[in-house]
Design a protein around this ligand. Sequence first.
Ligand code: SF4
Length: 297
Amino acid sequence: MPPETITIFQKGFNYSQDGPGNRLVYHLQGCNMACRWCANPEGIPDQPPLMAVKSPLLDVVCPHGAVKGGVLDRTLCRTCEGRECVTVHKNDGLVCRGITVPVETLAEEAGRSRGMFFDGGGVTLTGGEPTRQYDGVKALLARLKAEGIDTAMETNGTHPDLPALFPLIDTLMMDFKHPDSGVHKAFTGVGNEMIRQNVRRAAQSHPRVQLRVPMVNGFNVGEAELEGFLRFFDGLKTEGLPCENVTLEFLRYHEFGRQKWEQCGWEYRMENAQVPGEWVRRYEEAFRQAGFTVVHT
Ligand code: SF4
């Protein structure tokens, strides 16, 4: 059997929203959602996209004539298999950030980082959506756990076998974007039924669950939406889940991803999505009053 591999499009260190302590963070390629506000849109396709990060581009980087007068016409790129602009004519204008590496390589890197860096932290898998590469992720998490390295994973909660990974994840970070499945699907491409189920399973059996609600004006901010969120989370307690292992965090919309959408050649479709601070405080207060632990990481 060939060794498990994982495709990542970014790695970095130490961000407070990526779990406890100093952390080595891997962003995994591919996501089954396509949220319009995504801050890492280059991580959405299973195939890492071509990003035009500088302008003008050099015409010579494309042997097929897709770059003319410094401007890229992506029509040719759609069927280009060689991608010589990034495989042969290395340049700093057109880039493709995805690389595929053996699980073993990542595990060894994590082992080296433990000695000099972690200090109470560990490794975080985020995305994209890590469960899109389920087998590789399972193998990596198992390897890290076997070496006593703290693990965290950020997921959109849609994988039906997510609970099988719970014993391998020390901190589970999950989004809960909207209580209504139809609206969820309209804005992300996927309904929320499996997410609701996985939130229940996590509340029931995972020791450390950090649920996150990205607040986006025009999507999930308003009285009716707040009521829907509370109804779902109150329902967990009614079902007998104490939720003492669960924290909630409300994250305000930001436009950090706008430039990357444009670099990938895609339209950024968010308008007037900023959320006034008083709405964030309103959501936080409502959940505190309902007996939930609200945090800021
Ligand atoms: S992907 Fe292919 S067609 Fe597009 S710029 Fe690169 S080499 Fe040219």
